[in-house]
Write a protein that binds this ligand. Structure first.
Ligand code: ADP
Ligand code: TRP
Length: 321
């Protein structure tokens, strides 16, 4: 079983990225043949400074490895090291009906956020479909916001198979973990770089992490009054880090009243800090080992390219190249 996922190198990783995409991917590397990559072609839609793009790729690789991606178990590379994916994207473009892309909400959202309306941004899901199909992927672990892109991938692969031959391409399935499908941000909306409401996994200092967590929006219930744990982002975020019993305890304390939100934010801060502490340590080791990241990515590219070439040959033959 091939498990595949990708992530754009578009800035610092936040808790939503970790629980939505990275942690499920890291768990799945135990269950099948895992393929994970850094989507730097995709990032050209939004990052236009070459030095920044390079730096982001490197930092993302370091962070993903620090969080537990094990290169002994998973193949890890950067997208542009397997350029066959762009050839497949073109071939896919020619089986993709316009309406399939026109209905994609992420294009509209990104334009609304001020990204330039380029062809690359519009065709983004076609390249994503190529990423997935080039490696015969069965399962794609992602956060809920990527569900539509995986549906588009399925539609494209089905269309391709209908036109050129059944069973040419594997039809992939999204794997979305319901408990962490949408991690809330500081303001309760989906945590996202574009909403400026993120808590970074590797905030530079503990002080900064604490300051961020103290910014979580709350209602104005007085300290002594009972509070509603059901609609609290603090509780939702705490449950990502704490045991069931610890969450229950916090919920009961909410209902009892007598403590202010600052108290619960402090608890959340401590749980979050402790959860990421071992990753932070591992990150320092990886940074100190000068060649490690480059070696891992080069080795991953070799393996991924072998598989990618096999599939692109199959596709080229099928379409008459
Ligand atoms: P952002 O919204 O910050 O730009 P990306 O779109 O780059 O994040 O997302 C990278 C990965 O992380 C995707 O698989 C996405 O589904 C997941 N992800 C991002 N934000 C969240 C969130 N708040 N909750 C769950 N998963 C998320
Ligand atoms: N679009 C994904 C995101 O923004 C990144 C991505 C690119 C991806 N290609 C992929 C995810 C293939 C899964 C599979 O997060």
């Amino acid at each position: 079983m091939r498990i595949l996922s990708g992530i754009q190198p578009s800035g610092k990783l936040h808790i939503g990225n970790y629980f939505g995409m990275m942690q499920p991917s890291i768990h799945l590397q135990e269950e099948g043949d895992a393929f994970y990559f850094i989507a730097n072609y995709h990032s050209l839609t939004s990052t236009h400074d070459p030095a920044v793009l390079k730096e982001n790729v490197r930092n993302l690789a370091i962070d993903f490895l620090a969080c537990g991606l094990d290169p002994e178990k998973a193949t890890f590379w950067k997208q542009s090291d397997v350029p066959e994916v762009t050839e497949l994207a073109w071939i896919f473009s020619c089986v993709t009906p316009m309406h399939l892309l026109e209905k994609c909400t992420s294009y509209k959202d990104k334009i609304a956020q001020g990204l330039p309306a380029s062809h690359g941004l519009f065709a983004y899901p076609v390249l994503q479909a190529a990423d997935i199909c080039l490696f015969d992927s069965n399962i794609v672990p992602v956060g809920k916001d990527q569900k539509q892109h995986i549906e588009v991938t399925r539609d494209i692969a089905i269309k391709f198979n209908n036109r050129y031959g059944e069973d040419l391409l594997v039809i992939p399935e999204p794997r979305i973990r319901e408990t962490t499908a949408v991690v809330p941000g500081l303001d309760g909306r989906k945590m996202s770089k574009s909403y400026n409401n993120t808590i970074e996994i590797f905030e530079e200092t503990e002080k900064k992490l604490r300051k961020k967590i103290m910014k979580i929006e709350t209602d104005s219930t007085p300290v002594e009054d009972p509070k509603d744990p059901e609609n609290s982002y603090i509780v939702q975020l705490y449950s990502l880090f704490a045991s069931e019993d610890e969450v229950k305890e916090m919920q009961e304390s909410y209902r009892a009243g007598g403590l202010g939100y600052g108290h619960y934010k402090q608890q959340l801060f401590e749980a979050c800090r402790d959860f990421f502490a071992p990753f932070r340590e591992r990150r320092e080791e990886i940074i100190a080992d000068k060649n490690y990241v480059d070696d891992v990515l080069a080795e991953g590219a070799k393996k991924a390219r072998t598989k990618g070439r096999e599939v692109i040959e199959r596709v080229r033959t099928a379409v008459g190249m």
